[in-house]
Write a protein that binds this ligand. Structure first.
Ligand code: TNX
Length: 509
């Protein structure tokens, strides 16, 4: 009798298990998810987890109320099906500084049958893990996700995107929209090109005409603008909530017509320049022999540094065709220490290698390999932004309606097909802090334009910067995952370029 009973239980269990595993066939195992950037380690386990609209948070230590609320809100935006019962999904957060993880951004994300556990050294790791999980929630299809463990960490600590708000002004909301999109792909630095010949975009208390005059122009005219310091701080804060660090750039000594149009005394001949609405650059320079030039630069660096929590200040330094080389070196050598004086590390375009570089300087490589190598030899680090691979303002092909092609066409495949540490001989992995994708603004005027040029190429840069994939992931493999992100772009309302090399899926697929 009892034997019969046992057999019955066993049978029931067997059938039950069978039933579970049968329904699991349609549940995606975690290794099947099209995660971009590709996670570094992933292991499937048996079983699956039901995903419910209701979230049961268990934040073990140092609960970050703001982050918790945002995760809850975004969860509920994605999982709208309330179901009929009152069940919830458990999300457990463990922040433990003694965990054996490689960086603050590293995390473990475990899906088990009773819930989801994220462990990290800090909120930053939790946030990166949340982006992975967010992608899984969007892509899961079914109500369940297969069990398993993801162990993830960044290859490079700097994965940036630059937006040029000087050639065309972008509103605070447009900037935030882009920052929000960057966060989804684990970009962690946002570089703002805040001044150029065509416009000066941040208010400086000591030099108010910079924005009163210099803030009114942009390429081809139209309504330009600038950020008050409060607005800039609002952007910085918005980025910080997404664990993105803002890097402000004031481009000197060239690319300064907007400043030279605002203050006569910054010009060697004491004559104000006209405002500039064109595209060609390389004609302007601050007057390097005047003391007031350095007062000006110091005021600007001080005021912006005081409202910038991040470690970097970018001094531009590119294309100074109107500044004789000797003058340029003299200028750079006076300005670099000012950045240190206000507690920041200096970044400059690769031309700044001509100056004396402190050990924490960063040279942003964009075109000239000699400059980058020379920077390395002087002990600086390199930020990789090779124009012919990583410039988001390059056209995809000859039909792209906006953008330039002076560095060649960059389609989605080309944007993905380079490796920072093998690109320039003499610039090795240990010299590189990471990569950045600049988006210059001469030809773009609104969020649609930004997104059309950034998406889908940005995902490739995000992956190159984040994933320790070596050469193991080919374009053919990557493009399959990318195709699936077409669905996400649609859901998120991202106006992207449907590169014909990719078989895009749509939201209804
Ligand atoms: C070069 S890249 C520039 C920018 C232009 C860009 C257009 C660099 C450091 N300077 O001033 O906007 O080309 O692609």
């Amino acid at each position: 009798m009892s034997r019969f009973f046992l057999t019955a239980i066993c049978l029931w269990l067997l059938i039950g298990c069978h039933h579970v595993s049968h329904s699991e066939n349609s549940v995606k195992s975690i290794s099947e998810f099209a995660l971009i950037p590709k996670v570094n380690q992933i292991e499937d386990a048996s079983g699956s987890l039901q995903i419910r609209a209701k979230l049961d948070f268990n934040w073990k230590t140092n609960q970050n109320e703001d982050l918790k609320n945002r995760i809850t809100q975004q969860w509920q935006q994605i999982i709208t099906d309330q179901g009929t019962d009152d069940a919830s999904t458990l999300l457990e957060i463990i922040i433990d500084t003694t965990l054996d993880l490689k960086s603050e951004e590293s995390y473990h994300l475990e899906i088990h049958e009773h819930g989801i556990t994220i462990s990290a050294l800090s909120d930053e790791g939790v946030y990166r893990a949340w982006q992975t999980l967010r992608q899984m929630l969007y892509l899961k299809g079914e109500h369940s996700i297969g069990c398993g463990l993801i162990i993830d960490f960044p290859k490079y600590s700097y994965r940036g995107a630059m937006l040029d708000v000087a050639r065309h002004f972008f509103s605070v909301d447009e900037v935030k929209r882009y920052i929000n999109q960057l966060a989804f792909y684990k970009i962690n630095y946002f570089h703002m090109h805040l001044s150029d010949d065509q416009g000066w975009r941040i208010h400086i208390d000591r030099w108010p005409l910079l924005t009163e005059i210099g803030g009114t122009s942009q390429v081809d005219g139209g309504e330009a603008g600038f950020y008050t310091q409060d607005e800039y701080q609002d952007i910085v804060q918005y980025a910080a909530e997404r664990f993105i660090t803002v890097v402000p750039e004031i481009d000197v000594p060239g690319h300064t017509n907007a400043a030279l149009a605002s203050y006569a005394e910054l010009n060697c001949d004491n004559k104000k320049r006209d405002r500039y609405y064109g595209r060609e650059v390389g004609f302007s320079t601050l007057c390097v022999d005047k003391e007031i030039t350095y007062q000006f630069v110091e005021d600007v660096i001080r005021e912006i540094s005081q409202i910038t929590p991040g470690p970097y200040f970018h001094i531009g330094g590119d294309e100074t065709h109107a500044t004789p080389e000797e003058d340029y070196i003299q200028f750079i050598n006076r300005v670099i220490p000012l950045v240190g004086k206000y507690g920041k590390k200096v970044i400059g375009w690769d031309e700044i290698n001509l100056g004396e570089l402190p050990p924490d300087a960063v040279v942003q490589y964009w075109a000239n390999t000699e400059n980058a190598v020379n920077g390395v030899q002087k002990g600086a680090k390199v930020l990789m932004s090779p124009a012919s691979y990583a410039y988001l303002d390059m056209k995809y092909d000859s039909l792209t309606p906006i953008g330039y092609h002076w560095a060649g066409y960059i389609d989605t495949q080309r944007a993905y097909s380079w490796t920072p540490e093998t690109l320039v001989e003499g610039v090795e992995k240990e010299n590189i802090i990471g990569i950045e994708a600049p988006l210059w603004g001469e030809t773009i005027t609104n969020s649609d334009d930004i997104e059309y040029l950034a998406f889908p190429r940005l995902l490739g840069y995000a992956e190159i910067g984040w994933s320790e994939r070596g050469d193991s992931r080919t374009w053919d493999e990557y493009k399959k995952d990318l195709a699936i992100h077409g669905k996400l772009f649609e859901k998120l309302g991202i106006h992207f370029y449907r590169d014909p090399k990719v078989n895009w899926l749509t939201a209804s697929d």
